[in-house]
Design a binder for this molecule. Structure first.
Ligand SMILES: [Zn+2]
Length: 225
């Protein structure tokens, strides 16, 4: 049990170091025999100590520890009930992945071969008021067939056979979201350059346009060089 507690604390620290959670964001849990180890509500994840983690049963009742279990425990419990193969759940607030949901962009895992192989499809669960029963209801239909989900306007939810796998899926999700975001940005550039007319209007008043003088032919420029 101590080893599990140490692993969970290490995962929480990495989440905070990489900016996948800030302040008291996010929550992490894992199976510990017939019970669950879970982060306490309102805790700064990067500052947690092994003894701060709480033990709860599969109904969410506190068995051991001081404080209240995470307010999103209901979401974790649903995952464990539906997925006997899952032993750890990480909920984070990765900024780029979350921003994709605000922009209404799908997380196209199939665009990146390694992401497709490790995460598979990553659907976005519809918006639900955080910390309420709406959250498990919003993800219910998606839990059985996925390893990672985005929660609209909220964050990510990744599962795994152990804490490391659930954590690494979160890290990979945010990195892939960053690549998708950059690709969207780059694709926007060709369409947003100024047209020839607008460029001409821009340089009309200048004694000589910046860069090579278009009024001279290429040959003239080559000869002069
Ligand atoms: Zn959250």
């Amino acid at each position: 049990m101590l080893r599990l507690r140490e692993q969970m604390v290490a995962v929480c620290r990495r989440l905070q170091q990489l900016g996948l959670v800030t302040a008291t964001d996010g929550n992490v849990s894992c199976r510990a025999g017939d019970a669950l180890l879970v982060t306490p509500s309102g805790s700064v994840k990067g500052a947690l100590r092994p003894k701060d983690l709480l033990l709860v049963d599969l109904e969410g009742r506190l068995l051991e520890g001081r404080g209240r279990p995470s307010s999103e425990l209901k979401m974790h419990l649903l995952v464990y009930r539906r997925r006997p193969d899952v032993n750890a759940v990480v909920h984070a607030h990765p900024p780029v992945a979350t921003a994709l949901t605000l922009a209404g962009l799908a997380f196209t895992a199939e665009a990146l071969p390694e992401v497709w192989l490790t995460l598979g499809p990553v659907p976005t669960a519809p918006y639900a008021t955080p910390s309420t029963k709406e959250v498990p209801a919003a993800i219910e239909a998606l839990v059985a067939d996925h390893q990672a989900l985005l929660l609209e306007r909220h964050g990510s939810l990744c599962f795994g056979r152990d804490l490391d796998q659930a954590y690494m899926r979160t890290e990979k999700l945010e990195q892939a979201a960053r690549v998708l975001f950059i690709a969207h940005e780059l694709r926007g550039v060709p369409a947003s350059v100024l047209g020839a007319e607008a460029l001409a209007a821009l340089t009309a008043g200048l004694p000589r346009p910046p860069g090579p003088d278009p009024r001279r032919s290429r040959r003239q420029r080559t000869e002069a060089a």
